[in-house]
Design a protein around this ligand. Structure first.
Ligand code: PGA
Length: 255
């Protein structure tokens, strides 16, 4: 049986100045001392990536970015390339977050190109999918998840291979930043649907191997029950990753 290592990732979104970000890293490092912790990753805003990388020197905490463009260089004002993320020391990149999809009109086709480029460069994509409240209430959750998977992984489907470094994150939009978490049973049901879809499209091994994180109002109080579900392999944490106490509480599964 394939063992999937749990991963707790902090998505800092558009928060924290450079001094705040590096101070948070110092507190996380201190709090992780001697702790048998799951894998931990932080995804600061672009301006803090370099200083956070330095502050992480010698630590096992990994560094991710929150977005990237699919081209290497070019006239794309305001964008950043995967190569630039590698240069600053990122190993991961969050792609297709619902805020990118909904506010910045990213399409599945764009996310697909980003996933391909990230994988080609050796960056691990954390590919986000999730339904809105309206879609859930209309009974369309699985249809939406299937469409997002089919669209964002279109090139992978064509080549019939799921990249080994790809991580998925199920983030129901109605649970993001709202304090409303999906119940562990609701999250498990969606994760199981996603894993089964991966298995059907890419084979048993890929389905058993792929890590699926849950995201949406994860807190120290609810992480343990979420992690107890068989298809939940970690968490993508927004608000609660901005404070050392709450992020460390999640990393300790609520202890
Ligand atoms: P939240 O955000 O934990 O603040 O709900 C999660 C996310 O958007 O990744």
């Amino acid at each position: 049986m394939i063992q999937r290592s749990p991963l707790i990732a902090g998505n800092w979104k558009m928060h924290l100045t450079i001094p705040e970000a590096t101070a948070l890293v110092r507190e996380l490092r201190a709090g992780l001392q001697g702790l048998e912790a799951p894998q931990v990753l932080v995804a600061p805003p672009f301006t803090s990536l370099g200083p956070v990388k330095q502050a992480l020197e010698g630590s096992s905490i990994m560094l991710g970015a929150q977005n990237m463009h699919w081209e290497d260089t070019g006239a794309f004002t305001g964008e950043i390339s995967g190569q630039m993320l590698l240069e600053v020391g990122c190993s991961h990149v969050i792609l297709g977050h619902s805020e990118r999809r909904l506010i910045f009109k990213e399409t599945d086709d764009m996310v697909d190109k980003k996933v391909q480029k990230a994988v080609a460069l050796g960056l691990s994509p954390i590919l986000c999918i999730g339904e809105t409240l309206e879609q859930r209430e209309a009974g369309n959750t699985y249809q939406v998840l299937r469409e997002q998977l089919e669209g964002s992984l279109a090139s992978c489907i064509d080549s019939r291979a799921l990249p080994e470094t790809l991580i998925l994150a199920y983030e129901p939009v109605w649970a993001i930043g709202t304090g409303k978490t999906a119940t562990p049973a609701q999250a498990q049901e969606a994760h199981q649907f996603v894993r089964t879809w991966i298995q059907e499209v890419f084979g048993e091994e890929a389905g058993a191997r792929v890590r699926i994180l849950y995201g949406g109002s994860v807190k120290p109080e609810n992480i343990r029950a979420l992690m107890a579900e068989p298809d939940i392999d970690g968490a993508l944490v927004g608000g609660a990753s901005l404070k050392p106490e709450s992020f460390l509480g999640i990393i300790r599964y609520g202890d």
